[in-house]
Design a binder for this molecule. Structure first.
Ligand code: G
Ligand code: G
Ligand code: NA
Length: 253
């Protein structure tokens, strides 16, 4: 298929780019982190979103190569971001297929070493929605990453096959509350109760909770009322180009 063939040389041709979405501390009202999101500038089809090409890369055995580029590029760029206050945390998404391939730990270690980026500022975001049941090798990977000082986040928490049992394996540092909950957090009691429960669980377990996909002021109000510490979403900021992110940080966000 066309995209699959084009993916093979895309990295070498410099067609991948990153955009950056701020993570906001709701109490301090400032940006404390950024999530790096990959884009593919396809020569014919224009900008493609990861949902359109990560699955193809996974099936073609190319996701490790793509991910190594993302890790190095994200850390290089994040290391050079302006600091106003505490250094930003950097979130990088990893594909479950990459985790299962067994090279993730080595790839992260290599990128940390090559870029000099502090492991403590890296947050590896693991998607639960597509991952198979965690196998021991995967749990060992997670433990190895944490030993290196890297933080782990469970992405899209609460959606798909993600489950509470994920919290009994390797400790995680961050739960990212899936944006499908946010869409209704200010609309119905059941959703509000679920969000409050996840936020409370995070507090009890010492895990930071980030609400994803905040789009309206009323959603933000509901989250604040529940004591949610961090949020991400179009209301706070869309994913930005690097220059736009730098401008936002310099403006004292
Ligand atoms: O903005 P958005 O279309 O970027 O992202 C869609 C999905 O693609 C998200 O669920 C995100 O987790 C995933 N994604 C974004 N960037 C990367 C990446 O660098 N690697 C992997 N494996 N997934 C990513
Ligand atoms: O968490 P994941 O890595 O699954 O999320 C990243 C994806 O979510 C990207 O596609 C990004 O563009 C998208 N996204 C970020 N904020 C919002 C939002 O407020 N609303 C919606 N619908 N999507 C968002
Ligand atoms: Na993510």
């Amino acid at each position: 298929e066309r995209l699959r063939a084009d993916l093979v040389g895309a990295r070498a041709r410099g067609e991948f780019t990153l955009v950056w979405q701020p993570v906001v501390d709701l109490e301090e009202q400032r940006v404390t982190g950024v999530e790096a999101l990959v884009r593919w500038q396809h020569p014919v089809f224009g900008e493609l979103e990861p949902d359109e090409f990560i699955p193809i890369a996974e099936r073609a055995g190319l996701v490790g190569d793509l991910q190594r580029w993302v890790l190095a590029e994200a850390m290089t760029a994040a290391a050079a971001l302006p600091e106003h206050g505490a250094p930003l945390q950097l979130g990088v998404n990893v594909s479950p297929v990459h985790v299962a391939s067994g090279t993730l730990v080595g790839d992260v270690a290599q990128a940390l070493q090559a870029t000099g980026f502090p492991a403590q500022r890296l947050v590896v975001e693991l998607t639960g929605t597509t991952s198979p049941a965690p196998v021991p090798a995967v749990a060992a990977d997670h433990a190895a990453l944490r030993l290196m000082g890297v933080h782990l986040a469970l992405d899209d928490f609460g959606a798909g096959p993600s489950s509470l049992s994920q919290l009994t394996g390797t400790p995680v540092d961050v739960l990212k509350l899936d944006r499908t909950f946010l869409a209704r957090v200010d609309k119905d009691r059941q959703t509000r109760a679920l969000c409050a429960a996840v936020i409370g669980l995070g507090r009890d377990l010492g895990i930071d909770v980030v609400a994803e996909g905040v789009e309206t002021p009323s959603q933000l109000t509901a989250l604040r009322a529940m004591g949610c510490a961090y949020a991400q979403g179009f209301l706070l900021s869309r994913p930005l180009t690097l220059p736009a992110l730098v401008a936002l940080l310099d403006a004292g966000a």
